[in-house]
Write a new protein. Structure first.
Length: 178
């Protein structure tokens, strides 16, 4: 095949007119090339075959390693994607828990505030009733003092000393009992 290609190139250069000496030169050159290639193949053919066989084997191993690494990388990618998906669901779960805790905390705060407000109301009612009782007691005491003063004036104007003492004792006994 090499001879045919070289022959057609050689023939196209000369334009079709060539001498037999040129053809013999061409023939010897091709024979020289074939012998040279034959010698190279004889002495280095096994090494060349071994080189290309080992290179083919090495390339095959590299392809296999690359495929293994690609499979590992795809597995890692799937793991990472799964973790990302898990993180998203975990984030949603944490947010839901935080909302629930916030709601329960809010409810407990509102309930405590209601309880405190009710307790304050009860204390205010108790304090108001105690103050009312105190004021009623003060009014009774003031009224009793006025009644005694008025009674003394009336008695001192109308009665004598002995009658006054008996009447005072009588009224004091009634006031104290009431």
């Amino acid at each position: 095949m090499g001879l045919l290609a070289a022959g057609s190139v050689y023939a196209s250069e000369g334009g079709g007119s060539s001498s037999s000496a040129e053809w013999w030169d061409f023939f010897w050159r091709c024979l020289n090339l074939v012998i040279f290639l034959g010698l190279i193949w004889y002495f280095a053919g096994s090494k060349i075959r071994d080189f290309f066989a080992s290179r083919k084997k090495q390339i095959g191993q590299e392809i296999e390693n690359m495929e293994n690494r690609k499979a590992e990388a795809e597995k890692k990618l799937k793991d990472v994607e799964q973790r990302i998906a898990d993180l998203e669901s975990e984030r949603e779960e944490i947010l839901n828990q935080a909302r629930q805790q916030g709601e329960s905390l809010r409810e407990s705060i509102i309930e405590k505030a209601r309880s405190d407000a009710e307790q304050i109301r009860e204390q205010a009612k108790l304090r108001a009733s105690q103050e009312l009782e105190q004021e009623v007691e003060n009014l009774r005491s003031e009224m009793a003092d006025r009644i005694v003063d008025t009674a003394e004036k009336i008695i001192s104007e109308r009665l004598g000393a002995k009658e006054q003492e008996e009447l005072i004792d009588k009224y004091l006994t009634k006031v104290v009992l009431n």
